[in-house]
Design a protein around this ligand. Sequence first.
Ligand code: LRH
Ligand code: MN
Length: 426
Amino acid sequence: MKIDKNSISDYNSQYKDTFEQEFRFVSDSLEQKGLNVESVVKKISDFQVAIPSWALGAGGTRFGRFSYGGEPSSLEQKLNDIGVLNALTKSAGAVSLHIPWDIPDDTQAIKEIAESHGIAFDAMNSNTFQDQPGAEETYKFGSLNNTSKNVRDYAIQHNLDVIRIGEELGSKSLTVWLADGANFPGQLNFQNALKYTEDSLKSIYQYLPEDWRMFIEYKPYEPNFYSTTIQDWGTSFMLANACGEKAFTLVDLGHHLPNTNIEQIVATLLLKGKLGGFHFNDSKYGDDDVTVGSIKPYALFLIFNELVYGMENNPQNPSLAWMIDASHNIKDPLEDLLQSIEAILIAYAQALLIDQKDLREAQLQNDVVKCQEILQDAYRTDVRPLVKAARLKANAALNPLDAYRSFEVRKELIKERGNKTIATGL
Ligand code: LRH
Ligand code: MN
């Protein structure tokens, strides 16, 4: 299933007039406030978020999985599905692969397919949280933190294999997330577990190509329910510093205990030049991995406020890796991803409307009320016409989700692939 430019412009033609009215209304009021609308629209259209290769099929939980029909059953088909997302949004110009779920059979062919859809290869993800058939070692009691040197070496070697595959594809970064931890008090010597993890990460870091980065992803719990060795941003930050200047902390929005102030963590990591990137999703309780902006859109906006500030004031922090990490238990995976992309672009656009100079002055005067008014004025602005303008500029669909439905993409995919295909991943 491929969506060509003409279908997109035909589709847009029916919405052009309404869009122009909406856009003129919001851009006039923003220009009156002295905002450069054109530069905001440019920043939105330049924003590319990587699609997780493990979230193109129906996700599931231990209580069940409801298949979705037309799911991609190969890496080629996954790239074609991301191609559909990118044709509709022109914001999904990258994929983040998970190994071994997505080992390319023919690297050259995979690169050509990706290129044909304008998709780059973002961070590679290693997997030392599952045993593969015929595996020489088991990760049941951990991987990089395991008391067995054989298991640690086995896990280190896997990460080196992932880097090698990534190099062939043109990726420039490795994400390491470890399920390592314990389910019961007394099960683990915390200090040894952390020392083994640090030494193992350093071993992987030594093999990191010169122009690569390593992202260390933290998580408080699951699948271990008493302790996780890399449980929070502080531990990841400490390990990234121990490894070196090419190692950074990766913030998965779902990996925080309830009511954690994530925007403050983001500000701290930016100041220290150690923020590598994001796994965007949303959650109400745990690592729910639901649609971005579906539960706490204001929290996402506050995070983007820190990111916009950081991108203007923290040259010490390199450019960030933007990735989605979600699981689709009941929604059409592609519709869910389109909603997540929309939520990310809206939060970014709202944050770009914040008058950072005004905010700084109000903060210096401790005018607490004015500080909140400045933030909420931006948050309460309907920026959707700006996001649409960015799409039109990139020949994408004005309303990607509506276009997806009017092109009957899922129906086409089921016709092509049938109802029984199952995508690798979560
Ligand atoms: C762990 C995680 C990690 C991935 C996995 C698919 O919860 O967020 O980023 O490896 O999900
Ligand atoms: Mn993640």
